[in-house]
Design a protein around this ligand. Structure first.
Ligand SMILES: [Zn+2]
Length: 245
């Protein structure tokens, strides 16, 4: 059996049979890889904390044709993100990111934008970045990378630039202005476009710099989540927990 090697972030891990763990890895090189780590529950030393969710690792594994699961040989921890997950809202948010990544099924050979996005967000959280702002940052790029982020700068009805408040319109795949809107649910506040411009130009590590209020970020996230749910065609399982916090 050929041995593969990949840089990866652990999306989730669960008990498999009595002594093993099944682990979903998001690899930089091969997209999602689901593996069985034999003996991971029997001996804690065997894999250490390298199989904990969001661990950034180098994984070595064996693939057998026709098998859904690969066999995890070794898994070396590069960086752990245990500390940031002791904060429950951050823990739920990261589980939500993991679900979104699994849903979009990044395939082998695709560019590694989504991988770099998740890693940058984890590093920014660990460095003390603001979780809600970083969540909005992640959601924006997640939509952009998947080709789901519509142009929200001009009205899909009258084609004019939206200068004040706009409204999200799935039917028109974009935004409509106040006078063209016949359905007003998700409000696009004027700061939304400033936020998108900032996020496109800056790495998430600079979160201390922009001056968006907590209310503005909440409003922006509301719109981003609506677009995500619309494209997934269902509400992410992890989102409920997050909203209940
Ligand atoms: Zn209009």
């Amino acid at each position: 059996m050929p041995r593969n090697q990949a840089e990866a972030i652990v999306l989730r891990a669960s008990k498999f049979k009595d002594q093993d763990k099944s682990v979903v890895f998001f690899t930089r090189e091969h997209g999602l890889v689901e593996g069985i780590a034999k003996g991971a529950l029997k001996s804690k030393k065997r894999f250490g904390s390298s199989l904990e969710p969001m661990s950034y690792v180098e994984v070595f594994y064996y693939e057998k044709e026709g098998n859904r699961y690969v066999t995890v040989g070794d898994c070396d921890l590069i960086e752990d993100f245990y500390e940031v997950q002791t904060n429950p809202p951050v823990l739920f948010t990261l589980a939500y990111f993991a679900e979104l990544i699994e849903e979009s099924r990044p395939a082998s050979g695709e560019d590694d934008l989504l991988f770099r996005l998740l890693l940058q967000i984890l590093l920014a959280l660990k460095a003390g970045g603001e979780p809600e702002f970083l969540a909005a940052y992640f959601e924006t790029w997640y939509l952009k990378i998947n080709g789901y982020l519509p142009d929200l700068s001009s009205c899909k009805g009258c084609r004019q630039d939206i200068v004040a408040t706009g409204w999200l319109s799935h039917q028109k795949d974009g935004a409509v202005c106040e006078s063209c809107a016949n359905y007003r649910k998700e409000e696009i506040i004027p700061e939304f476009l400033d936020f998108l411009r900032w996020v496109k130009k800056n790495p998430p590590s600079k979160t201390a710099e922009p001056s968006f209020s907590a209310d503005q970020i909440q409003s922006i996230r509301g719109v981003l989540r609506e677009i995500i749910i619309f494209h997934l065609e269902h509400s992410p399982k992890t989102l409920g927990k997050f909203l209940d916090k």
